[in-house]
Design a protein around this ligand. Sequence first.
Ligand SMILES: Nc1ncnc2c1ncn2[C@@H]1O[C@H](COP(=O)(O)OP(=O)(O)OP(=O)(O)O)[C@@H](O)[C@H]1O
Length: 525
Amino acid sequence: MDEGQSFNFMKHFNNRPTSLKVELLSIPETNSARNSYVQHDVSIGEHLGFRNLSYSVKEGLFKRSELIVYIMLVLIIRSFVLENKQVLYEVNGGFLAGEVTAIMGPSGAGKSTLMNILAGYTTHGISGELLVDSKIRNENLFRKQSCYIMQDDNLQPLLTVKEAMGVAACLKLGSDVTKEERQTRIDEILKALGLWQCRLIKTKSLSGGQRKRLAIALELLKNPQIMFFDEPTSGLDSVSTKQCILLLKQLAQEGRTIIITIHQPSASICEMLDHLYVLAEGKCIYQGSVKGVVPYLQESNLFCPAYHNPADYLIEVAAGEHGEYVDLLVSRMGNGTNHDWRKMQIGDESGMQSIEAIDKMMRNGLVTPVRSPTSPGFHWALSVVIDWWHSNVICCNLNFDELCQSATDPANGVIFGPFFLLPFTIFSGFFVQLYDVHPYMRWIFHISYIKYGFEGLMLAIFGYDREKMPCNADYCNYHYPKIFLEDVDMADAVYSYSVIFLLGLIVFLRVLAFIALYLRIQLRR
Ligand SMILES: Nc1ncnc2c1ncn2[C@@H]1O[C@H](COP(=O)(O)OP(=O)(O)OP(=O)(O)O)[C@@H](O)[C@H]1O
């Protein structure tokens, strides 16, 4: 490492606070609250990078352990017998300080291999360049400034949390750190990571989440700049998973580079990640923000279904479930050299969300924008005009979906719309007559807009003393339209009532929809 590189690296390191500021936060419930943790307070240039990184292993008759025993023999025959298996193919990438980067991909894609190489655990069979601040990294210095937290935390089961920290502090902190300073640091980290309450508990009795935090606490003693985590959320429930990712975000926001491998994160976890690096068949098919995944795939004619977790969809694409797209995506991503999709950050969210929302609604045949920079009155009026335009029969214009979408979430409209529609359809006079149902249920007839629409239609066709209908048989029961109206229980129905009710209901629902839309937008502001 030359002097300049060493200076840069140490500059980042020295910029970080020496004392930890990490506090375990409660998990925010709302998206907006969660997104507040995704602010990019720390903006440091590229920190950890790799160029044209390839990795291959020899595999065949002998495994690695046997090689030790048969080393002489293997050295002679390996070039003849063993096959070269390529795991990574000239991949490129850059991970920034201040961000949580998740390496994702289907099983066998090369995630652990890449992580092991970046962490400096795998050193043989590699070609390409490992960089820090765009310069070839110094492995010795890098090892001092980084740590690797494995899935199996390997904690000593019979030591208490405080004892485990004490042993680690003696080993990791130099002799120039006094006993008091060590103790202060241990207490500080335990409090910061929410382990203070269980400092006297043996590590074998800790919960999964506490064990993960203790593993992190042990590494934090030497305050590493770069932290690698292999599947940090495996074996944790959803609450502990969120807490764990939040903790990693906080560590990142203090200026660290956090790199994790993760298997199919949930949508809410995905939102909390700053950067995704996705591998398929040992090549990079995506590198960028979480928000960029859907538009990136769309450009390759891969449309993530509405209400589908984009991360799941990306893994399905990587696994070839949607066709042969890996080569196309690798070339579009330049095998990791393309950094364009990194730019699509949370700041672009409002635009993206409204585009996605409109897109979803258009696909579902709905036309009520719920998130808009313009006035609710404008959208309300627009939806009235468009709905009116689309409607052929007056009763079809009464759309309960719209009310539900305005008041709650568009997805709820799809569920509650048919739910509200069904009783009105059944008690409309079409399937059952008014006097066939229990008196307690008859009120539904009187508010069923389908009944009024149906009644108005029947009266317009068969009412108003319509003349006898043609009959070519000896006897026609409905020769007289009046008999038909009596049979369908509409002899006493009044056409004008139907029209007044339907017009009144249209006005009522429109006003209600406007109020709901108005209130919702007011609450969001
Ligand atoms: N030392 C090795 N010897 C033989 N094959 C190896 C070696 N290391 C990795 N591989 C192979 O490289 C491929 C990628 O392995 P890797 O463990 O990196 O995948 P992964 O994406 O982490 O998978 P998973 O999610 O299942 O852990 C696999 O097919 C694996 O068998």
